[in-house]
Design a protein around this ligand. Structure first.
Ligand SMILES: [Zn+2]
Length: 378
């Protein structure tokens, strides 16, 4: 049970380092020390207040990369925690602390699996890399995205990448993410003509135009989805007019909405379709867009198959491929790596109070990562 113990020890060491985004709290330095005796070269890529680290053993292909983030979200209401969020505690075989699910345990499992793999297979083929950032839970501007830009320039070519996000949903091992939907937010202002509510013929009510538009968009089918993606969803998060007088037609109405979109669409195709609908409306408008993620997909390939078979061997679960959920750094890595997937522990307590991981799952996660290394690098 030594190896189980080792992943748990590393997870505890990482949890006790208070690394609220964008702080790293010394996690990356600690991981570097853990891997120092295993012939990893190290490059620190620090930008603004963000710490990134690139560790690599070997120079041959294929290059297998473990990726993740050392930052965590704040603890939330401290009174609701049964333990101190930054003092890891084990109770009934469950490890508690901020980052226990998202995603210090995955990093610990990756490090422990790598150490054991190199000990057992000192002459393995290919290379192993670790790409870690302290800017995933925040704006994600100076983190993985910047490191990948650098890799593109200096031809660091990633073959297979596993991001350790907590992807399991009901049962440990049940879900691998092989892509994510895109996310685009629009801030729309529909401008009419202000006036007295008793003389509507002298005004132009923007709320009535908004009603027509909302109804149209509600019934509009953006796409049918495909094998990997559910159909694109359009949701309005707010409709607001600042006028409060009951006898007044307001000048304008503000609508905020978001689309989670499949790879059948791009941000450009969404914008042009939307603006087409607005011009049909016959009303003046202003619109601002913010696209935080384009959709990406890694089709079924070598890595998804290897990971699925490793999960089946270790925990006897058939892992399904999914693109659900929010965004992650895999969106940057997938632009450059041949295959990128996300796989990690249960996400049930991620970002919540009393975040935790079952130690049995942690041991199994380490074994799965170990099996993946064996299947690719031996
Ligand atoms: Zn995360």
């Amino acid at each position: 049970m030594d190896e189980v113990f080792n992943a748990a020890v590393i997870a505890k060491k990482l949890i006790e380092k208070k690394s609220i985004t964008p702080n790293d709290g010394g996690c990356q330095e600690y991981i570097k020390k853990e891997l120092e005796n295993y012939k990893f070269s190290c490059e620190n890529i620090n930008l603004e207040d963000v710490k990134n680290i690139w560790l690599r053993k070997g120079s041959d292909r294929p290059l297998v990369v473990f990726a993740g983030h050392t930052d965590v979200v704040p603890s939330g209401n401290i009174d609701e925690w049964h333990t101190d969020p930054f003092t890891p505690e084990i109770k009934n075989n469950i490890l508690y602390g901020r980052g226990a699910s998202d995603m210090k345990s995955s990093i610990a499992a990756m490090v422990a699996a790598t150490q054991r793999f190199i000990k057992d297979n000192p002459n393995h083929k290919g290379s192993i890399g670790f790409l870690l950032t302290s800017d995933e839970e925040g704006p994600a501007k100076y983190g993985t995205q910047k490191v990948i830009e650098k890799f593109k320039k200096n031809n660091t070519n990633i073959d297979y990448c596993i991001v350790g996000e907590p992807t399991s949903s009901k049962k440990f091992g049940d879900t691998i993410k092989n892509g994510r939907r895109g996310s685009i937010t629009g801030h729309l202002k529909i401008i009419g003509i202000q006036g007295h509510i008793a003389y509507p013929e002298l005004a132009k009510n923007p709320i009535h135009y908004a009603g027509t538009l909302i109804n149209d968009l509600n019934n509009f089918k953006w796409d049918n989805g495909n094998k990997y993606f559910p159909e694109t969803s359009f949701q309005i998060s707010s409709v607001r007019s600042d006028e409060v007088a009951s006898n007044m037609i307001p000048r304008s109405v503000d609508i905020t909405f978001n689309l989670r979109f499949s790879n059948e669409l791009t941000q450009e195709s969404i914008k042009s379709k939307f603006e087409e609908k607005l011009s049909e409306l016959g009303c003046q408008f202003e619109i601002k867009w913010n696209c935080s993620a384009e959709p990406f997909i890694t089709g079924e390939g070598k890595l998804t198959k290897i990971l699925q078979s490793a999960i089946k061997e270790i925990v006897n679960v058939e892992a399904s491929l999914s693109t659900s959920g929010g965004t992650s750094d895999a969106r940057f890595i997938s632009q450059h790596a041949k295959e990128t997937v996300e796989f990690g522990p249960l996400n049930e307590t991620a970002h919540k109070v009393n975040e935790n991981i079952n130690l049995q799952n942690l041991a199994e996660l380490e074994k799965i990562y170990y099996a993946v290394l064996c299947k690719i690098l031996i």
